[in-house]
Design a protein around this ligand. Sequence first.
Ligand code: BGC
Ligand code: CA
Length: 334
Amino acid sequence: MKKIVALFSIMFLGLVLAACQTTQGTIVIGANIYTYGDNFMNGVVRPELVRYAAQKGVTLNIVDSENDQAKLNDQVDNFISQGVDVLAINLVDPAAAGTIINKAKAAGIPLILFNKEATVAGVMNTYDKVWYVGTDSAEAGVIQGQMMLADWQANPSWDKNGDGKVQYVLLKGESGHPDAEARTRESVKAFTDAGIVMERLGLQDSNTWNTAEAQNTMQSWITSFGNQIELVISNNDGMAFGAVTAMKSASKVYPIYGVDALAQALQMIGVDELNGTVLNDGVNQARATIDLAINAAQGKPVTEGTSWVLRTDGTKAVRVAYVAVTKQNYQSFQ
Ligand code: BGC
Ligand code: CA
């Protein structure tokens, strides 16, 4: 009898252990941020990745890729040799998605890409265990454009030279980044669709989303164009902060709009230093990234048990919605 009880105990223990191996407590996620120097990625997305992973009881190993794709490649190799269960990767170079996908595929580890969407056509279909979490890049530009157009039409005095056209400067951000490209296109299109001619005085295409660089660029635009500038379009808040600093030190005020809705941007809307922004919901992007990673690590359908919706258009993407933020509603985002 004792023997039988002992035998059953051992069998039961074995079952419990087997069950444990697939529970969340044992999952290790290898993750990165393309650079801790990015206001949005480091200030909004990283803290929520850390917080939400802890809430879910999974281990998150997260590293800084210092804006260096070669460094990220090495970090991914390290994660793979450490035996992580799943990778959550913020590409440095969106065109390098294939390199990371191939590494994950060779190791048989599922991969969640987030924030920087792969730009090489078809690359997402080279591996059945890769997905993307981000936004619909064009949406931010559409919303920002509509917001600027409405304000332009409501404020005839903004057309300083009275020619009916908008003389503008645009801080683009990282060239080749789907968000930078789509925002640049769509924000201006809102005006041209309404029959308003857009005249671009300056375009910053410096390959970064950096605040200090944007400040320098804005400074030189002020020197070159002064009162000709009627509108400043910034593809993110971080660059808008730099532009506002330059405007203040030159005692200039131009209508200026950003994207992201960082805490500082909301404050600036409150004191009329920024005219508007677009919420880039990094908190929900971080949560979706962790949720998909946990499911993928367990071999479950990635959105199972969550409210995230996977696009069925071949992009294998979860896209979190953008929201317009103006003087009318900014307080509800603080
Ligand atoms: C954000 C930018 C950020 C970039 C990083 C974009 O979605 O709006 O602020 O610099 O992602 O990839
Ligand atoms: Ca004008």
